[in-house]
Design a protein around this ligand. Structure first.
Ligand code: XIL
Length: 319
């Protein structure tokens, strides 16, 4: 294969990237590579709650619409990210809950409204939704978010049912980080899936974020972990792959990074139920890593100038 689109076709795995809406609008080279290489896209921030409803009842769809329109013009599927998360919530919502002006009954109504509105707007245009993101903490407990503390664990089933009502054809996912290897998180998440399935709640997919770093061992058990979920009939996706490193960049580190990327995509390609491999940014020019992990960076498959790094070539070698 010459590029990631050809590779995706050959592997029968969608290969995706996040979209930075500012770069999409302002940078022709970014846009060109995004649309040439990728058959799937995820809005990096534009579909999050704070982006789409910054004031209560005031919806701003410009960024999200731009991602979806660009995808339709370029034959790309869309992952909707994300309906329920504990981060990037609008201030009116978190403050309303904190000061008691939004009580539990009201909060549940707001959540339903949010899901029906956003999923409904993109009905038929979003292949898969991250319905819940990061709902289990690293100790394997249910994360004590405003959703959990005010609504109890039943909010998860409610959310999947509402999303299914709003778009019966979208694949509905539970998505998390460290799920490639963290046993406590894996077991709790499997428990959630089993519980939802036993109640006939429409859950269709398991998302592994895939944020790795070469200073940590590669999560060698990942293929088995993925299988534990797909054996329950779920589709799988690697939804936010990136492989960061402690700077400076060296040829050795780039080689290790390439191997990590290759193993992740191979894990997806080898599991017949793994449908999508999406990178969290395709270029080091636009990556969340340097802003969040001090001293780290260079996590993507292309450099700042969009030149292919060894990781890009390693992906092309997956069979
Ligand atoms: C990150 C974005 O990349 C940043 O631009 C933003 O400032 C914070 O969120 N897990 C997720 C993503 O599910 O939504 C996060 O995205 C990265 C970690």
């Amino acid at each position: 294969p010459h590029d990631l689109r050809e590779l995706a076709h050959k592997l029968r795995v969608y290969i995706g990237s996040t979209v930075d809406v500012t770069a999409l609008a302002d940078e022709a080279d970014y846009r060109k590579v995004l649309n040439r290489e990728f058959s799937h896209v995820t809005a990096e921030n534009a579909m999050k709650w704070e982006s789409v409803e910054p004031q209560r009842g005031v919806y701003t769809w410009d960024g999200a619409d731009a991602v979806v329109k660009n995808a339709q013009r370029n034959g790309q599927n869309v992952r909707g990210h994300t309906l329920i998360w504990h981060n990037q919530l609008p201030v009116w919502l978190t403050e309303g809950v904190a000061d008691g002006s939004i009580d539990a009954k009201e909060l549940r109504k707001i959540l339903r409204e949010h899901i029906m509105t956003e999923v409904g707007r993109y009905r038929g245009k979003v292949r898969a939704w991250d319905v819940v993101n990061e709902v289990v903490d690293d100790e394997g407990n249910m994360r004590q978010s405003i959703w959990m503390t005010n609504l109890g664990p039943g909010y998860i089933a409610d959310a999947f049912r509402w999303a299914h009502q709003a778009d019966p054809h979208a694949k509905l996912y539970i998505n998390d980080y460290n799920l490639e290897w963290n046993t406590a998180k894996i077991n709790t998440t499997l428990g959630i899936v089993k519980d939802l399935q036993s109640k006939r709640v429409p859950i269709h997919g398991i998302g592994f974020q895939g944020h790795l770093g070469i200073q940590y061992d590669y999560p060698g058990d990942f293929p088995n972990v993925m299988r534990q979920f797909t054996d329950r009939g779920l589709e799988a996706a690697i939804t936010e792959a990136d492989v960061r490193m402690v700077l400076p960049v060296t040829p050795e580190k780039l080689a290790t990074q390439a191997a990590y990327y290759q193993r992740m995509l191979s894990t997806c390609a080898a599991n017949p139920r793994c449908a999508e491999f999406t990178v969290w940014g395709f270029t080091d020019r636009h990556s969340w890593v340097p802003g969040v992990f001090a001293g780290e960076g260079a996590a993507c498959i292309m450099d700042e100038n969009l030149a292919h790094k060894p990781a890009y070539d390693a992906l092309l070698g997956v069979r």
